[in-house]
Ligand binder design. Structure first.
Ligand code: FO1
Length: 334
């Protein structure tokens, strides 16, 4: 198990990868991990380029994350954002802490001076040393927007708002009719992304949001084809436990694309790579679900997806380390 590649969003993907690194340190010390991160949550705010998922992974693996929140820095203050709000600018409901702002300022400085997002990310990681190669899915901007199904505040049904406004300001509780990934048509996979998939021994779809995080990465041209063609085992981890989204509001996203909120439905949504299956162009060799969803094992097997049911609550590092061990075990036998 030399090369492992993870396709991650924010909190769920970061926490899983922390357990993966802990497991590999004992089970495969010479393994190298690449994390391909969703950039669809990125935005321009206060003149700065904000990359929520890249920062969450970088901070989590680099030891700088606010553990309770799962994003941003610990021991934060909000003096600068309060001043921005005093000018009536910015998003009052989206906290840019003083320490976190430094990351956005340095990244924006690098971008304005000609760095690509990949180069800027590599620069920031020199400080944080996440222990993985951290790659944005693309160096071209891709921003997820949602189409509102109802009027809310200054927005009308049919309007598109940035995913982060729907997610943070409205907690995904406002009905939407769907998603739009702006910039996707002009986006290409960032340097190293496709090779990190085709040359891997194992590719993991961690318990990140299957629609707006993993789904956005899968939408980057060439990524699905790379997953279909890689000689690596492709193993996914269910973000749904017992019919409820573990974190965030993944159920609202799944509902918007007509997928039931269950470990089985998400596994079938990703689909099987097994040749001869319904030709769905699926991605999974194997799918890890929680013990409470063990009743789904026969249906997953019938769909050509080898599965196992283990504890998936990412309560602490031992729990995520055990999850990573279960992924590697499933990869070895599937
Ligand atoms: N999430 C929140 O719920 N409230 C916030 O005010 C907030 C600010 C924020 C600032 C920087 C950043 O990198 C992430 C931030 N997040 C916040 C988390 C963010 O919404 C999520 O990390 C992802 O975008 C969804 O997975």
């Amino acid at each position: 198990m030399k090369r492992v590649t993870v396709l991650a969003g924010g909190v769920g993907g970061a926490r899983f990868t922390r357990g993966l690194l802990a497991h590999l340190a004992l089970a495969a010390p010479d393994a190298a991990v690449t994390v391909i991160v969703n950039t669809g949550d990125d935005m321009w705010l206060d003149g700065l380029r904000i990359c929520p998922d890249l920062d969450t992974v970088m901070y989590t693996l680099g030891g700088g994350i606010n553990e309770e929140q799962g994003w941003g820095r610990p021991e934060e203050s909000r003096r600068a954002s309060a001043e921005i709000a005093a000018y009536g600018r910015g998003w009052s409901w989206f906290t840019l802490g003083d320490l976190d702002l430094a990351t956005h300022i340095v990244r924006t400085d690098l971008l304005r001076n000609g760095s690509t997002l990949s180069q800027a990310t590599e620069f920031l990681c020199r400080r944080w040393q996440p222990g993985v190669r951290l790659l944005p899915m693309s160096d071209q901007p891709v921003e997820t927007h949602v189409c509102l199904a109802e009027n809310i505040d200054e927005h009308a049904a049919g309007d598109y708002i940035h995913f982060e406004e729907w997610w943070v300001r409205y907690r995904a509780r406002v009905a939407i009719t769907g998603f739009e990934q702006r910039g996707l048509a002009d986006a290409v996979a960032a340097p190293g992304v496709l090779a990190a998939i085709t040359e891997a021994d194992l590719v993991v779809l961690p318990p990140s949001n299957p629609v707006v995080s993993v789904g956005t990465i899968l939408a980057v041209p060439g990524v699905r084809e790379a997953l279909r063609s890689t000689s690596a085992r492709v193993v996914g981890v269910s973000p749904i436990i017992g019919g409820a989204a573990v974190r965030g509001m993944a159920d609202a996203c799944l509902h918007a694309i007509g997928v039931e909120t269950s470990a089985l439905a998400v596994g079938l949504h990703y689909g099987t790579r097994a040749a001869g299956a319904d030709g769905s162009g699926g991605l999974l060799d194997a799918w890890l679900i929680d013990e409470t969803d063990a009743a789904a094992l026969p249906a997953l097997a019938a769909a050509g997806i080898r599965s196992a049911a283990v504890p998936l609550w990412m309560t602490d590092l031992p729990a995520t380390t055990a999850m990573a061990a279960a992924v590697l075990a499933l990869a070895a036998v599937s």
